[in-house]
Design a protein around this ligand. Structure first.
Ligand code: HEC
Ligand code: HEC
Length: 276
């Protein structure tokens, strides 16, 4: 008779896996994984997108479940360690162009759900180029970097009403990876949280999105912001360009209305800071 609980468990597990993958799919979009891991005209999520940075040129890896060239066969633990701790299977560290300094704020359950979703996708056999880095930059240097800069993660706001919005901005949406300026060691400057920068990714200007009335979003209504995040339309009727239109397409337009409202509420609550 002991086979009945086992059978029930099997059924529960079979039902739970697609449900977890569906949760993972929503989180995957909210975390904006797709754009970085898909090259122009390349197979989806098979990597190869190029990132020119002050620290060299990086190419994203294949995150489809192909065993030879992707993350097929990765255990959940290995995946969660990569996403949240920037740690490779062999113990070496990832470069923070992979925004794990933001993803470390994800819950383990959410990271695991993203893993389930990725494992449910079709594998793409596709090998990518190695990074092209200056002679002085090596992976081993990342361990002291992580040790030094990742010990003190940002804390969620005390107000429970703002926590979901914070999670969407800081953990999933990693908005600060572009909107918060960095020090010369590549670390986000907390006192200038979301205040914008003149030298963002691709060397372009990234605007101030704190509620500062002069050059931030202080004069935008909550509806302006929600509409912008859904459609990319600015209050003056123009459309956002470049990197942000990708964020809108891949990420903020795919959030539920409730989540978008939570994100807006949080964004309007952060400390106003003068732009760059
Ligand atoms: C801003 C671009 C960017 C975003 C956003 C991004 N990644 Fe990556 N990811 C990279 C780069 C670049 C690397 C390679 C880092 C290195 O080689 O040290 C990487 C590495 C990885 C790896 C390690 C793969 C391997 O073969 O070792 C995994 C897994 C991964 N990313 C999954 C994700 C997931 C899941 C998301 C969304 C939650 C995501 N990435 C979002 C750029 C990005
Ligand atoms: C990959 C980099 C990147 C990420 C990630 C990113 N943004 Fe942006 N964002 C930009 C750039 C660049 C612009 C300016 C686009 C332009 O010049 O049209 C912008 C513009 C904006 C604007 C319009 C501000 C204005 O004054 O015009 C808002 C609001 C905004 N982003 C919010 C967000 C939020 C919220 C997130 C996280 C969910 C986010 N961004 C994530 C790069 C980014």
């Amino acid at each position: 008779m002991s086979s009945r609980p086992a059978a029930v468990l099997l059924v529960v597990a079979a039902l739970a896996t697609p449900a977890l993958a569906a949760t993972g799919e929503y989180l995957f979009h909210a975390a904006g994984c797709a754009g970085c891991h898909t090259a122009e005209d390349g197979p989806p999520l098979a990597g190869g997108r190029r990132f020119d940075t002050a620290f060299g040129t990086f190419y994203s890896p294949n995150i489809t479940p192909d065993r030879a060239t992707g993350i097929g066969g990765w255990t959940r633990e290995r995946f969660v360690r990569a996403l949240k701790h920037g740690e490779r299977g062999d113990g070496a560290a990832y470069f923070p162009v992979f925004p794990y300094p933001s993803y470390r704020l994800l819950s383990d359950d959410d990271a695991a759900a993203i893993h389930s979703y990725l494992q449910s996708l079709p594998p793409q056999h596709h090998r990518n180029r190695d990074h092209d880095l200056p002679w002085w930059l090596a992976r081993w240097m990342l361990h002291p970097w992580q040790w030094w800069f990742m010990d003190d993660p940002p804390q969620p706001p005390a107000d429970a009403e703002l926590r979901r919005g914070w999670y969407l901005v800081d953990a999933l949406g990693h908005c600060g990876e572009c909107h918060t300026p960095r020090s010369s060691t590549g670390v986000s400057i907390r006192a200038r949280y979301l205040a914008g920068t003149r030298d963002g990714p691709d060397g372009e200007k990234v605007p101030n999105i704190t509620p500062q009335p002069r050059d931030g979003i202080g004069r935008w209504s909550a509806d302006d912001l929600a509409y912008f995040l859904e459609t990319g339309a600015l209050p003056d009727g123009d459309y956002t360009g470049s990197l942000m239109s990708e964020v809108v397409d891949n990420t903020t337009s795919r959030l539920s209305g409730e989540d978008r409202a939570a994100l807006v509420r949080y964004l309007r609550s952060v400390a106003p800071v003068e732009g760059p």
